[in-house]
Design a protein around this ligand. Structure first.
Ligand code: ASP
Length: 441
């Protein structure tokens, strides 16, 4: 059993859907469950329509709905599936009119609207593949936290056992229903989560997440284009990379798969011949110290110094209490007896935070910083990594360093202007030779 998930851009047109159907056919030696996202940007468009309707612009909302309908009909027509989406679009128009009358948008009605994206895409894709359609709402059971619902695993896994035993089954991602049968959604980007839940529930041999990138790379492609593909990576490393800006996959979505010991593959639907990146539960033996270099831009560095705090306790508590009050998460941290440097990636409350900190400390703020993060399980037991980092960064002013907390990353803060050079030098240092078991150049 294989689970294959295709995102919105992989099903954005009839030719994209044909390409997907072709990919699925080549893997059909075993039973497959295909999980699809809404077509293109449909979810955004549906939410926009809902907001427009409750804001009182009924006509505007209906015009936008007509556009969305035309787009879906174009695609459905290609596969002889228009009769399958007539009904849902009629219901949607009713719903939009109802929202305009009510003038109120509850999380539950947001879910009702948003769910149409995957309801529509899944019936079209099922028809295009000549496959059986399964309504995800009959299988994915969730709690009642609409727009952010959590799956109820025991019920969901029990229901998945009754999925039709067909060679290819297509279901929508992202959507489910509560125990009472009310439509719910798993949160934005939730289709990966659906794939992971279905794979775990059915004990799949593998879960394939088809995207529009070749997988995870040794460096952030937006900053350094010369990276190599990482063939396999541990879940802990992948999660660390995701946090530091690699937008390929949200780590929490692959948890059910990892708990079930099922590998998750990232693949490119535009280049299906590329073997992608395999995410596995345990660490992957590797001769390189580092697996990948991630970057997080738009970081603000806050330096806080107070000599009054020498030998006094409670300094850190006072600082963090302020960041907490302004709901501002702190990322990296370095401390000495009388000073603390920390980074934040939301600067909305910086003026308020600084004002409060200045009641007991001197504060400087440096915007426009970046975090460069080396990720790899080997960092913890390879001597000399730090000296190689500093040698590579020789001409660059390093503002802050951190290693330790997760044991699998070493992070430095540099000014945004230094970022390209820093990543290029680090990449040259740590990927001069590649372990062929782990990387594909
Ligand atoms: N269509 C949903 C969204 O745009 C879920 C997904 O694509 O994963 O958030």
């Amino acid at each position: 059993m294989l689970v294959m998930k295709f995102g919105g851009s992989s099903v954005e047109s009839s030719s994209a859907i044909e390409r997907v159907a072709g990919i699925v056919r080549t893997r059909a030696k075993q039973p497959i469950v295909v999980v699809v996202s809404a077509i293109g940007k449909t979810t955004n468009r549906l939410l926009d329509i809902a907001h427009e309707a409750v804001a009182g612009n009924r006509q505007g909302a209906l015009v936008k709905l007509d556009d969305l309908r035309a787009h879906h009909f174009d695609i459905a027509d290609h596969f002889g599936a228009t009769d399958l989406i007539d009904g849902p679009f009629a219901e949607l128009a009713e719903l939009v009119r109802g929202l305009a009358v009510l003038g109120e948008l509850t999380p539950r009605s947001l879910d009702a609207i948003a769910a149409y994206g995957e309801r529509l895409s899944s019936v079209i894709v099922a028809k295009a593949m000549n496959a059986v359609h399964a309504d995800a709402r009959d299988y994915i059971v969730t709690d009642e936290r609409h727009t952010q619902a959590a799956p109820l695993y025991a019920q969901t896994y029990a229901r998945l056992k009754h999925l039709p035993p067909t060679p290819i089954t297509v279901m929508g991602g992202f959507i489910g229903s509560t125990e009472a049968g009310v439509t719910s959604t798993l949160g934005r980007g939730g289709s990966d989560f659906t794939a992971s839940i279905v794979g775990a529930g059915l004990h799949a041999t593998e879960i394939q997440i088809w995207t529009d990138v070749d997988g995870m790379l040794t460096a952030d492609p937006r900053v350094f284009p010369g990276g190599h593909r990482v063939k396999s990576i541990s879940f802990a490393e992948a999660a660390e990379l995701a946090y530091f800006g690699a937008k390929v996959l949200h780590p929490s979505t692959v948890l059910p798969a990892m708990d079930g010991g099922i590998p998750v593959l990232i693949l490119n639907s535009r280049r299906p011949e590329v073997a992608g990146t395999r995410i596995v539960k345990d660490s992957v033996p590797c001769r390189n110290a580092v697996k990948s270099i991630a970057c997080k831009t738009n970081i603000t560095l806050v330096n806080i110094t107070s000599t009054r705090m020498l030998m006094a306790h409670g300094f850190l508590r006072r600082i963090f209490e302020i960041f907490d009050r302004f709901e501002t998460p702190v990322d990296m941290l370095a401390t000495s007896e009388v000073s603390v440097s920390l980074t934040i990636d939301t600067s909305a409350h910086v003026p308020d935070i600084v004002k409060e900190l200045e009641s007991f400390a001197e504060v400087t703020v440096e915007a426009g910083q970046t975090i460069v993060c080396l990720v790899g399980e080997n960092i913890r037991h390879t001597p000399g990594v730090a000296s190689r980092v500093f040698a590579a960064l020789e001409p660059i002013n390093v503002r802050m360093i951190s290693q330790g907390a997760s044991l699998l990353n070493l992070s430095v803060v540099v000014a945004a202007a230094d970022l390209p050079k820093a990543v290029e030098s680090l990449h040259a240092e740590f990927f001069r030779e590649l372990d062929p078991e782990v990387f594909e150049s």
